[in-house]
Design a protein around this ligand. Sequence first.
Ligand SMILES: [Zn+2]
Length: 334
Amino acid sequence: MTIFNQSCIPVPYDDEVLSSWMYRVREVFPDPEVRALYELDYEEALESPLMHAYNGGLSYEVDLDFDFDSQEVIEFVRVYDLSIDWVKSTFGLQNSHFIPLKFKTDYCLRCMDEAVTSIGFPVYLKSWRSIFSPFCIKHRCALRSTNMVLVNSIQFTMDVFEYAYQYPKHLEREDYWFTSTSNVQQLGIIVAERIKLLLLEATEAGIYDEVSSFLMALLRTVLAKDIFTVHPSVMKAEVQYSDGYRSKGPLTPFYQRPFLSTGMARGHAFYMVGLMLGWIDECEASKLQVDFDLYFPFSANCIWQRVANPNRLLIILEFHSTYLLNASMLSGRR
Ligand SMILES: [Zn+2]
């Protein structure tokens, strides 16, 4: 794109989400939107998504990271003279397994700090919205989870960054969690890297969906309350979200659980998934010094003993089995 050479539009940061970039563009180069507003008559201007954006409205509950058909994105693309195809190819995700906007809380503060040093703004990354990416692979750490409930999606990145430093106690508490659970997180990172490679390999039609459904079934299982027993004083396991989003039905909490879990909890879950798939050496696992959880599993068999309905889980896993990931790979099953 030549627009970046001809204007003040900042170049998107590697892996940046659209809302994060839109915020930066508006901050450094507001002229096109301001000019567009002047061209409208009063009534039109009041209804314009640009006006709502400047008043801090409209983007609430609109996912400006991925909803490229939303009115606000369409207007943004028009006034900055961008190509919607370019926006989709630059900011789109390859898969649909991303954390819904209402549960978007995870971030890596070190990545944000580096972006501030490099381009003067914190950024929010696409990979932090992926359900299968609970770690920052660059810094080899679990993602933090902000306590700030989403208010405005375009302002979110800056708000998260400012909130983090306004409430250092929260950061200190997270650092304590990171330290207490670091040995487990390191094994979880190995599993996350293997899953990432597996998903990259799943390019054939339908295979990606089967592999991700297989993984989601395992994640839901190990994050179920009768298996996932980490004490809340050690780890914040559930993301902060508005109570209005709490599911009322009997089944939805089970299906929602991976999306409601913090990056750190999903990192732990990846450790358990690694045990179930035989990817983690159980001798190595048994050497983990874990003093925060009396029921912490060191073997696949230990997890299977706590699965409420192992036969049902096996049926689901066999249904989603492919040559990349299948039920015969499972370790320690009864
Ligand atoms: Zn990072």
